[in-house]
Design a protein around this ligand. Sequence first.
Ligand code: NYM
Ligand code: MG
Length: 218
Amino acid sequence: DIINIKKRGAFILFEGCDKAGKSTQANKLFEYLRNNGHSVELLKFPDRKTKIGQIINAYLANEYELDDKAIHLLFSVNRWERMKAMKNLLLSGKTLIVDRYAYSGVSYSAAKGLDLNWCCSPDIGLLSPDVIFFMDLTAEEAEKRGGFGEERYEKKSLQEKVRKIFYMLKEKDSDKDSLWRILNANQSVELLHKRIVEYSLKLIEKCSQLPLKEDLWK
Ligand code: NYM
Ligand code: MG
């Protein structure tokens, strides 16, 4: 008899500071996988299209003021409101490429001075990524890339703090073998893409056999 074991998709996450090239690499990986017969979808947080996402967008555009803790919780809600759909997609065999997630959520809020553990708590129990491609760039290098834009948080001093907190979150995961892949973002787009593709293809194969985990920071 043929036992039909459904293979799940991989949860591939890109994280990093502003200007590091996350969206460029996420898009390129998405195109590559789609053109090579993979079932794949691209997602981005914050998802600015939902009702909560619209509030977040107004906040980031400096059109709307919110308490630091209130906006932190809204970023988290914006992930929770996508969890069921993401879970179903992964279980149906789709690989998800995600541009920012809870690690950004904690890093930016803690950089503003909020307590790190408090920041982690609303995201506990989210789906866990299978890999985090951390696009690492110093704030100096980021600034050389045409400078930061108009949005809130796009300042060198804050970005430096954000980067440090990303590394603290990596420490928290030191028991999780090869979850974090630190990539020097100051390399050519094509070279980075090649590395990311190679790793992702192996990962997709490996993950298809593993259970899905809803245990972020548990
Ligand atoms: N950001 C993003 C947060 O502060 N918390 C979060 O949970 C997430 C997902 O939003 N400067 C910040 C980081 C960015 C900004 O993201 C918008 P992007 O990827 O630059 O559009
Ligand atoms: Mg940005």
